[in-house]
Design a protein around this ligand. Structure first.
Ligand code: KIV
Length: 280
């Protein structure tokens, strides 16, 4: 029996029914299998890939080739989840035609269901063109890591009247352009609540409080696998790194002591074959 993936309509329906949407990042086949089996509705192949998997300092160095390579594995590993891929820095900001070409490549080459772009008014023409070509788009407002330099660092966004108002306007603009989902990152909960109420499309929060229609977190933060700085909004649900470190440590000790491999891990040949080899 083939399992159908969630659709944009089903995700909107979840909001209408006042239920929550879960999203988590994944960057490879086994993680995609795991989070899909656990039951998330949406998987984000975020450009956080650069920091948590590839060891870069920020998300700006991530390329189209890297995103496509990892997104293909995530699509192969998942069955039911709706897979969204981040468009990397400078693949949609230069002009709208280039944005469409890159969004098209992501969808065509990976088999993912949607793309995510950071920004509002300044990228709205690109968003319209991509949606016009039939590609589902997720917006991303608030702290947009690709422009953290311009925002003055990794800071809460929308605390003053002007930026709060601008965020509401951008959110409405993205919905009117046809985006089917919006991510709000590092936004005061009261502002996120207002935006969530105002929009008919689902709003997924990360550091945006509990009144959003759903939540997203980075897998490595959730599992306790990332050793870098952990933002305040992260909740760690497992200590996988400790468990994995112990596993590798036990393996090293057993090999050094000679207690691995045991007989059950080995293969043998018959005495007859052995005698034949030793005859020479
Ligand atoms: O790249 C990413 O993982 C993201 C989430 C933090 C929303 O954009």
């Amino acid at each position: 029996m083939t399992v159908e993936r969630f659709t944009t309509l089903e995700l909107k329906e979840i909001k209408k029914n006042e239920e929550k949407i879960t999203m988590i990042t994944a960057y490879d086949y086994p993680t995609a299998q795991l989070v899909d089996e656990a039951g998330v509705e949406t998987i984000l192949v975020g450009d956080s890939l650069g920091m948590v998997v590839l060891g870069y300092q920020d998300t700006l160095s991530v390329t189209m080739e890297e995103m496509i390579h990892h997104a293909k594995a995530v699509v192969r590993g998942s069955k039911r989840s709706f897979v969204i891929v981040d468009m990397p820095f400078l693949t949609y900001q230069i002009n709208k035609e280039e944005a469409l070409r890159n969004a098209g490549r992501i969808i065509q080459e990976t088999g993912a269901q949607g793309v995510k772009l950071e920004g509002g008014e300044e990228i709205i023409d690109a968003v319209r063109l991509i949606i016009g070509a039939g590609i589902p788009v997720v917006g991303h407002l608030g702290l947009t890591p690709q422009s953290a330099g311009q925002l003055g660092g990794f800071k809460v966004q929308g605390k003053d009247p002007a930026t709060a108002r601008k965020m509401i306007e951008d959110a409405v603009l993205l919905e009117e352009a046809g985006s089917f989902l919006l991510v709000l990152e590092c936004v005061p909960w009261q502002l996120a609540k207002e935006i969530t109420k105002k929009l008919t499309i689902p709003v997924i929060g990360i550091g945006a409080g509990k009144y959003c229609d759903g939540q997203v977190l980075v897998y490595h933060d959730v599992m306790g696998l990332y050793t870098g700085k952990r933002p305040k909004f992260v909740k760690q649900y497992a200590s996988a790194r400790d468990e994995m470190l112990k596993g590798v440590g036990d393996y090293i000790s057993e090999v050094r002591q000679g207690s691995f491999p045991e007989e059950k891990h080995t293969f043998s040949i018959s005495q007859e074959v052995l005698d034949y080899i030793l005859k020479e």
